[in-house]
Design a protein around this ligand. Structure first.
Ligand code: IPM
Ligand code: MG
Length: 358
């Protein structure tokens, strides 16, 4: 199989971790007889530095011409004082929107070898945890109208809008139901329907859609504040969790922490076609950038998801996942997941060990 992959390494540890994922993809190509080509493109802080904007038109154009996109991470203190529409994060939101990637899947899984890394009590996680967050990615408050004005009574005031349409809710509900059908048959849909009108439409639409199209899938509603509590109280109750853009952003970080290391968690973003964007859940970690200590596993796993979800290469996906499990079982750890008695390795060495086991 021949595939052209756009690479948005981004900022901070982005370049190191995407290098890791590319090295592993090259090994997969060699082993399984594929041809993958890689095209580096600018997005985020590095794009601001090079061309004055977080998402250059050329990047969008070339991503649209690619078969799929691999992303590292964007942002850093250097760009934190820029106005909202000039920040690196705007580039990330922009590329998701430009590629029509409304469905973001973030599996938060507790790896067997890392069971001790969870900050929760052992009895809460000993039977395994795997929360698949299905986050709506191109709507809601992150893309709604916003503004600032001088209020006569209250002074400087800012506002953002949360808005969802039946069309947007139905298409993300479909993704969650499809996934649930292959798993436990259960979806927990998160909202704040006791307060928000957009949540009341969300709840009604999700139920109507699921009842019409997926009678075999059970949808349960959970208020977002309660969900935040339940994730740490009893994480094993969750399987597929359906959320709006903002709730999914917040809850996926929480779910990730329950598994012990955000450095292990991958994600896929897809729309109606097969071209997706694959990125680790963690950020650009500028404090450790360039020191060869970052954990490349989340990005390597994101590349594996690309093979499975965009290119239907399930065997190749499994080869990468097994190689990671093997390296962990053999006791190799990057600093973020290090524990007593294990062998500490850097980003490059972790990459080499994984590639070697494919
Ligand atoms: C994430 C990040 C992004 C988001 C930011 C960097 C725009 O937090 O991918 O979770 O909110 O989607
Ligand atoms: Mg986030």
């Amino acid at each position: 199989m021949k595939k052209h992959i756009a690479v948005l390494a981004g900022d901070g540890i982005g370049p190191e971790i995407t290098d890791g994922a590319i090295a592993v993809l090259k090994k997969v190509a060699e082993k399984f007889g594929h041809e993958f080509t890689f095209e580096p493109l600018l997005m985020g802080g590095c794009a601001i530095d090079a061309c004055g904007e977080p998402l250059p038109a050329k990047t969008v154009e070339r991503c649209l011409a690619s078969d799929s996109v691999l992303l590292g991470a964007v942002g850093g203190p250097k760009w934190d004082t820029l106005p909202g529409d000039k920040r690196p994060e705007k580039g990330l939101l922009g590329i998701r929107k430009a590629l029509g990637l409304y469905s973001n899947i973030r599996p938060a899984k507790l790896w067997k070898a890392l069971a001790d890394a969870s900050p929760l009590k052992k009895q809460l996680v000993e039977n395994g945890v795997e929360i698949i967050v299905v986050r709506e990615l191109t709507g809601g408050i992150y893309f709604g109208e916003r503004g600032r004005y001088e209020d006569e009574a209250l002074g400087e005031t800012a506002w953002d809008t949360e808005k969802y349409s039946v069309t947007e809710i139905r298409r993300i509900a479909k993704i969650a139901c499809e996934l649930a059908r292959k798993r436990s048959g259960k979806v927990i849909s998160v909202d704040k329907a006791n307060v928000l009108e957009s949540s009341r439409l969300w709840r009604k639409t999700v139920h109507e859609y699921a009842e019409e199209n997926y009678p075999d899938v059970t949808v349960t509603d959970m208020l977002v504040d309660n969900t935040a509590m339940q994730i740490v109280k009893n994480p094993a109750q969750f399987d597929v969790m359906l959320t709006s853009n903002m709730f999914g952003d917040i809850l996926s970080d929480e779910a990730a922490q329950v598994t012990g290391s955000i450095g292990m968690l991958a994600s896929s973003s897809l729309g109606d076609g097969t071209r997706g964007l694959y990125e680790p859940i963690h950020g650009s970690a500028p404090d450790i950038a360039g020191q060869d200590v970052a954990n490349p596993i989340a990005t390597i796993l994101s590349a594996a998801m690309m093979l499975r979800d965009s290119f239907s290469l399930t065997e190749e996906y499994a080869a990468i996942e097994n190689a990671i499990a093997k390296v962990l079982d053999e006791g190799y750890r990057t600093a973020d997941i290090m524990s007593e008695g294990m062998t500490k390795v850097g980003c490059k060495e972790m990459t080499r060990l994984i590639a070697e086991r494919i």
